[in-house]
Design a protein. Structure first.
Length: 131
């Protein structure tokens, strides 16, 4: 394990990102803090999911995220723009989590396809349209 400088935890301790490959979608499960230090891990996982998904949806599950900084918001916008019509991007956000507030403040809740539960995002018909 790599040591971090200044007694601060390393990115691997702040954010866990895993891919779950299902028949209907590739799910990116994010757990922890998404900030400038950890966002490269999120970007890499979402990029991989978009490539692997083909005509399946990509679901980004943020229900276990404890902090979503501006770099994380930017990564979601970039993923939304990179998604093809045949590969909808769906974002799972529990309204009691600290993720929904930054999305609302930036207006991204009106741009991204948001869902309260992973099951809703998996069951949604493609293509997704916000609102």
């Amino acid at each position: 394990m790599q040591e971090s400088t200044g007694g601060l935890p390393g990115p691997e301790q702040l954010l866990s990102v895993t891919l779950d490959r299902l028949d209907r979608a590739v799910v990116v499960i994010v757990d922890g803090e998404v900030d400038s230090l950890t966002v490269p891990r999120l970007r890499a996982a979402v990029d991989t999911a978009l490539v692997e998904a083909g005509d399946r949806a990509v679901v980004v599950d943020l229900t276990e995220v404890t902090f979503l900084g501006t770099k994380g918001l930017k990564a979601l916008v970039e993923a939304h723009e990179a998604a093809r019509p045949s590969t909808p991007l769906r974002v799972v956000v529990d309204h009691t989590r600290p993720v929904i507030r930054p999305l609302q403040l930036t207006g991204l809740d009106r741009t991204l396809s948001l869902y309260d539960y992973r099951e809703q995002a998996l069951a949604a018909d493609a293509p997704d349209l916000p609102g």
